[in-house]
Design a protein around this ligand. Structure first.
Ligand code: AMP
Length: 387
């Protein structure tokens, strides 16, 4: 890697899609981005074919995979287990370790590994870095990370809170500190990442101390299609009384629950439209969704003791004034007071939407997971540059 090599390619490889973004790290310019979908169905047979399509699109944008200025490829990897808590340069041994983590994330990690392997084949010798969705949560204390289940069983099967969306929580908590004119280690922030997946985190002076997702991304907030928190006995009840198989219950809770389960829609825009027409199931879905967020804000306020800011991010958090309002209503006792006029303003930049007298700042902070992955990958590649 030469000082002139300033480009980072970020790959986010899912089971049926491959998202990419090429960023010039000198000025954080997005040079190209896109998504190849329906991998495994029809013309795009596998991740190898998908990456060749990406390579073609990059070449058309003037900077193909063979571009000498490309310094690093950063891969989003969902689950790092307890083994990976930092961005990691990928070699054969790392890939073997990632394979061992597949049982913890059977829906996600195999696709991540497939993306890594084809990228290594197409650009051998180029530094490739895995950036883990779990990594930012590695600082969560044991009291918050351990589930109160039989310790030997938990240890044997790796059962604990890992947390996800870590790249976003890291980026947004830092950006929120910057918005307040403070260093990350000077503030306590509750981050609410409300996208199609949704999670909350409590970040104490730059270190994550609690998060809502757990062993898998199913726990915590109500999401587009995931239930979030439920009594675990629901699973036994559905198995014993409903005669459902493990896979059926898995699909029910991950794909047919949350907003879509409650009202048939998982897009908050559509839910808002239906509420406007007086639709009761849409109203209930919205209320359940916001109630859960409020509950977590209260809990995380207690975890942190003192809160400087609550930051809303991702598709719903950045765009839905109604969700921000409903989920921070009646929190004056916690020092949280929204300014309805500021909250209603639509903008793309980080901004404060709380009232002047609010002890806790409420902020809208757009997330940028790709930039965070690129930054972490690029910095690791630069540190490992041959002298
Ligand atoms: P993400 O996973 O961060 O891309 O967020 C996707 C979700 O954001 C969608 O499913 C929508 O529910 C939500 N969303 C996007 N735009 C808006 C908007 N203008 N108002 C409300 N929700 C939105």
């Amino acid at each position: 890697m030469k000082p002139s090599d300033t480009r980072a390619l970020v790959l986010n490889s899912g089971s049926s899609s491959l998202k990419y973004q090429l960023i010039d790290m000198a000025g954080h310019d997005r040079l190209a981005s896109g998504i190849v979908e329906r991998i495994g169905e029809g013309p795009v047979a596998d991740h190898g074919e998908a990456l060749r399509i990406v390579s073609g699109e990059l070449a058309a944008a003037g900077s193909g995979l063979d571009d000498e200025r490309l310094a690093v490829i950063g891969h989003r990897v969902v689950h790092g287990g307890t083994r990976f808590t930092e961005p990691t340069l990928i070699d054969d041994e790392v890939v073997a370790e990632l394979e061992k983590l597949v049982p913890l994330a059977p829906l996600h990690n195999p696709a991540n590994i497939a993306g890594i392997q084809v990228a290594r084949t197409l650009r051998p010798g180029l530094p490739q870095v895995a950036v883990f969705d779990t990594a930012f949560h590695a600082t969560i204390p044991e009291a918050a990370a351990r589930y109160a289940v039989d310790a030997a069983t938990a240890d044997r099967f790796g059962i604990r809170r890992y947390g996800f969306h870590g790249t976003s929580h890291a980026y947004v908590s830092r950006a929120t500190a910057a918005l307040l004119g403070k260093a990350p280690d000077e503030v306590n922030v509750i981050v609410l990442h409300l996208g199609n997946g949704a999670s909350a985190s409590a970040v104490e002076r730059g270190r994550c101390v609690e998060t809502s997702m757990g062993l898998t991304p199913l726990e915590g907030l109500v999401m587009g299609t995931r239930s979030g928190d439920i009594d675990p006995a629901v699973v036994f009840h559905l198995a014993r009384t409903g005669g459902m198989s493990t896979d059926e219950i898995d699909t029910l809770l991950n794909k047919r629950s949350g907003l879509v389960g409650l009202c048939g829609d998982n897009d908050m825009r559509e839910i808002a439209r239906r509420i406007g027409e007086g639709d009761e199931s849409a109203r209930l879905a919205f209320d359940v969704y916001c109630h859960r967020i409020r509950k977590y804000v209260g809990a995380y306020t207690a975890v942190l003791g003192e809160v400087d800011a609550i930051a809303f991010t991702a598709g719903v958090g950045e765009n839905s004034a109604a969700v921000r309002e409903a989920s921070t209503q009646n929190l004056r006792a916690l020092g949280v007071e929204l300014d309805p006029v500021l909250n209603a303003v639509r903008a793309r930049s980080p901004r404060i939407v709380s009232a002047a007298g609010s002890r806790v700042a409420v902020a809208v902070v757009p997330t940028d997971e790709e930039l965070e992955i690129a930054t972490q990958a690029y910095s690791l590649a630069a540190q490992n540059r041959p002298k």
